[in-house]
Design a protein around this ligand. Structure first.
Ligand code: UDX
Length: 436
């Protein structure tokens, strides 16, 4: 099948490489020349395990092409995926200007029947909008369908998630679009991946409901952790005890400094806005957002408590990305915490395996930040150490050596990667989240 993916960001690029892997002929378009040039050189514009190999395989087998020529890419495809950004507007709603622009370009190049599919996370009713734009702009009597097919992949395991999803959601009222999309996903269909076929609007809402529910789980366990600190209980055992109930499940019950990344913060705010626009006040989503914002300050207060006062202190900060295995710092709690520490007069010695370059752009001119060559170098002479992102390599540090590097043996573990008892027995003053 001939597929075009518009937008070479996380979702677009993984989708394009994934469909090429399924044996389709895929064109991936982006208007940013630099991005296309980078991809044509065989490089990936961001850090994502396994993606380079998948892209290499697709291009080598001539099933995957990168271009800026959107007109040709549209004309040649049967299925067109829209995977452009939907950044938050000032009021929290999703900015659809890129999606709308793409819809107009599709209409201008509509030479025969096509299925236009939204992969970007878009508010309920966006499919209707796209349909109206194409209908108004197209020349002549060419048929088309608009479908919704939200993507649930996680950064850091995006390739695996695309090839092994928990489910595929397809929203369309058209029989032919449904049949074409089922055919496109045939390799997963044959592998017994569950498929949800539904209407376009229901499909659009499934994505927001899923992300907001996961965000709510995180905010919930963060509040339980805060409570554990006050009543002297262990949040991990609480989470385990809860998670063994099959109705609750063990995942996404890990406390920390709050969720970040390109999806949860944006999608919770967008769902709140979607509800507001139809006169519904979504209390749980509101509280999820509020708790998440508050959790960053909970983390900073803990660091302040451990440091005595932050003014003039040097903090060794391990982790800057919003989660491990990515260089993405969008809405990263680690970066937010770094900014708050600098505001309170602290100096930072930071180390992150992938995100130091991206973070340095945000942190420059904000205070004294040194980028260390490794974790021990970050700890060198620091008054305390803060674990802000749970990269695997931080779990296996030589703790004796770490203690020797630090000026004071104080560790604030915002991701609970160390065992409190062990840390205490090694002579550390240790703060975790909800496990006093
Ligand atoms: C998320 C969704 O998981 C994915 O389905 C959707 O398509 C995009 O948004 P992603 O943003 O890549 O994916 O990261 P995810 O692994 O879900 O983590 C999001 C944030 O929640 C991170 O900041 C992470 O540290 C935090 N988190 C996650 C917790 O604090 N506790 C948890 O138990 C799980």
């Amino acid at each position: 099948m001939r597929v075009t993916v518009i937008g070479a960001g996380y979702v677009g690029l993984v989708t394009a490489a994934g469909f090429a892997e399924f044996g389709n002929e895929v064109i991936c378009v982006d208007k940013v020349k630099e991005k296309i040039d980078t991809l044509n050189r065989g490089e990936i514009p961001f850090y994502e395990p396994g993606l380079k190999e998948l892209v290499e395989k697709g291009t080598k087998d001539q099933r995957l092409e990168f271009t800026q020529d959107i007109d040709r890419a549209i004309k040649e495809a049967l299925v067109i995926f829209i995977a452009v950004g939907t950044p938050p507007r000032g009021d929290g709603g999703a900015d659809l200007s890129h999606v709308e622009e793409v819809a107009r370009t599709i209409a201008k190049n509509l030479n025969d029947y096509k299925v236009v599919v939204t992969k970007s996370t878009v508010p309920v009713g966006t499919g209707d909008k796209i349909e109206a734009i194409i209908e108004e702009t197209k020349k002549g009597e060419v048929e088309f369908d608009v479908a919704s097919n939200p993507e649930f992949l996680r950064e850091g395991s995006a390739v695996y998630d695309f090839l092994h999803p928990d489910r595929v959601v397809i929203g369309t009222e058209s029989d032919s679009a449904r049949a074409i999309l089922r055919d496109l996903y045939r390799p997963l269909y044959l592998r017994d991946t569950p498929f949800v076929f539904t209407t376009r609007k229901t499909s659009e809402l499934i994505k927001y409901a899923s992300n907001s529910f996961l965000a709510m789980k995180i905010s919930f366990i963060n509040e339980i952790a805060n409570l554990c600190d006050l009543v002297d209980a262990d949040v991990h055992v609480v989470a385990k005890g809860m998670g063994l109930d099959g109705r609750i499940g063990p995942k996404f019950l890990h406390p920390g400094p709050g969720y970040g990344g390109s999806c949860f913060p944006k999608d919770t705010m967008a769902l709140r806005k979607i509800a507001e626009e139809v006169g519904y006040h979504f209390k749980l989503v509101n509280s999820t957002i509020e708790v998440n914002q508050q959790q960053r300050e909970v983390a900073v207060k803990k660091i302040e408590e451990a440091a005595g006062s932050l003014k003039g202190k040097t903090v060794a900060l391990l982790g800057l990305s919003f989660k491990p295995n990515t260089d993405d710092i969008r809405e990263s709690p680690a970066v937010d915490i770094a900014l708050r520490l600098l505001e309170r007069g602290a100096k930072i010695r930071a180390f992150d395996p992938a995100a130091m370059k991206t973070a340095s752009e945000v942190l420059k001119d904000k205070g004294e930040v040194l980028y260390a060559k490794d974790s021990y170098n970050a700890a060198e002479g620091a008054d305390l150490l803060v674990v802000a992102t749970e990269w695997n390599q931080f779990r296996n540090l030589n703790l004796e050596r770490l203690k020797e590097s630090l000026k004071e043996p104080v560790v604030v573990d915002l991701r609970n990667i160390y065992e409190p008892e062990k840390m205490k027995s090694l002579g550390f003053k240790y703060w975790g989240m909800g496990r006093r």
